[in-house]
Design a protein around this ligand. Structure first.
Ligand code: NOJ
Length: 448
């Protein structure tokens, strides 16, 4: 096995989770700034107000990445930092911040992968209807144009949205994430449709605005079903793309974007919810996707019992992360193959990683061997998919550093770099040194 020569070895972060600087300059508020202030929503009342203070420490963070040999950095732009009212006037401070970050990255030889929307929806636009508003695709298009105009010279990789499964499913359906809504399924379908129109418009405007070739994709929350036995392969594939009526499937979003139609599996559900749309919308939604971005942490084993697909409870020996997610590296083998079978697009793992209950030891070190083991297991599984002929172009570890894990606050630690939230001191963990070697050897380190 060998990963491609130009494999994008990266790390990922997101604005609200690391930046802090929530009230700096003329920055506008977003749904998380406002929503996290309500008691009971976030673990121990944490918020991203200060986060990792990346807003002030970005130079130090880029220098750290350079030391780690990171080749690609996936980060997101905070929409309301750049355009405080969501539309209209651009903030000079927002422009300065992202331009300086991109300049530092360029000087460090790190390729930027810019996510436009990682869940921090401008609050004023939420008050005007949020993703339910028929105006939302146009708001997003304007924002994408501004990003392309301002940052297109520095950046050629764009990720339009992050995990619609989660910001729609958990944010608009289950009420656990901003904007903490519990809308009806039909209303969430409307939001999802607007998100898709937004992506379609953004994809087109970015290509039109930037004068050099750009690579555009999305980052989908992808939690595949896995075959418990080899003969369950097709069943697992069907289950992965099946309609579970929770907005959690990837194909609900990427079939329209890539093929220009909703998957047949979902049509009955849409009908039952009275959801309709204009056929011409699909001309806007269908887009050229240069890669398929997937965020994958685990998957569920399924098997056939009495003619039905059954999800299996894993045996108690199965390692679990601090998120209580099962360590199932097979997600990186079967899951990769399923995406390839369906979409035939170069695959980028835009996120993968592990939260561990860990702390700095008495010597001031973090010996996170389980994280190293996790990365090795997943990448070994991925290498099998590469051997089978799947085109895999990159891997972004989530996350560069410990950060604000949404409703879980700072309680979950995913980073290669430890953050002391009192002093904001950064300390590379053992895994950061491993990751450097991994990159130096273009992946060969996973076999040691
Ligand atoms: C998904 C999200 O994109 C990211 O924001 C989150 O922190 C990680 N996965 C871990 O849950």
């Amino acid at each position: 096995m060998a990963f491609k020569k130009d494999f994008a070895w990266g790390v990922a972060t997101a604005a609200y989770q690391i930046e802090g600087g929530a009230h700096e300059a003329d920055k506008g508020l977003n749904g998380w700034d406002v929503g996290s202030a309500t008691p009971g929503r976030i673990f121990e009342g944490h918020s991203g107000d200060v986060g990792c203070d990346h807003y002030h420490k970005f130079k130090e963070d880029v220098a750290l990445m350079q030391k780690m040999g990171i080749k690609a950095y996936r980060f997101s732009v905070n929409w309301a930092r750049l355009i405080p009212m969501g539309t209209g006037k651009v903030s000079e401070d927002g422009k300065r911040f992202y331009t300086q970050l991109l300049t530092e990255l360029r000087a460090a030889g790190i390729q930027p992968w810019m996510t436009l929307f990682h869940w921090d929806f401008p609050y004023v636009l939420y008050q005007r209807g949020g993703w339910l508003s028929p105006m939302s695709p146009a708001w997003f298009e304007e924002y994408a144009r501004v990003c392309a105009e301002l940052f297109g010279d520095y950046c050629d990789h764009f990720i339009l949205i992050n995990e619609p499964q989660v910001f729609l499913g958990e944010g608009h359906f289950q009420g656990k994430h901003a904007p903490f809504l519990k809308l009806s399924a039909g209303e969430v379908m409307r939001c999802a449709h607007n998100v898709l129109l937004a992506c379609g418009k953004a994809e087109k405007i970015i290509r039109k605005t930037v004068s050099h070739p750009v690579y555009i994709g999305t980052a989908q929350a992808y939690w595949p079903a896995l075959p418990a036995r080899e003969e369950d392969y097709e069943l697992a594939e069907r289950e992965t793309f099946g309609c579970h009526e929770d907005f959690g499937s990837v194909n609900y979003y990427t079939d329209p974007l890539i093929f220009g139609r909703y998957p047949a599996e979902f049509e009955a559900w849409q009908k039952r919810c009275g959801f309709t749309y204009a056929a011409k919308d699909m001309d806007i939604i269908q887009s050229k996707m240069d890669f398929y971005g997937a965020n994958t942490y685990s998957g569920d084993y399924v098997t056939l019992k009495e003619g039905k697909a059954v999800r299996l409870t894993p045996p108690p020996t199965t390692p679990k992360t601090d998120m209580r997610w099962n360590v199932h590296p097979d997600a990186f083998y079967y899951g990769t193959k399923f995406l390839w079978d369906r979409y035939r697009l170069p695959l980028i793992y835009t996120e993968n990683g592990v939260a561990l209950a860990e702390w700095k030891d008495l010597n001031g070190e973090i010996k996170d061997y389980s994280r190293i083991d996790f990365i090795k297991r997943y990448l070994r599984a991925l290498s099998r998919a590469v051997d089978d002929g799947v085109d895999v172009g990159g891997y972004f570890y989530w996350s560069l550093m410990d950060n604000f894990e949404w409703a879980e606050g700072f309680s979950k630690k995913f980073g290669l770099v430890h953050i002391d939230y009192e002093t904001l001191e950064r300390t590379p963990k053992e895994s950061a040194y491993f990751y450097r070697k991994l990159i130096e050897t273009n992946g060969e380190e996973i076999w040691k």
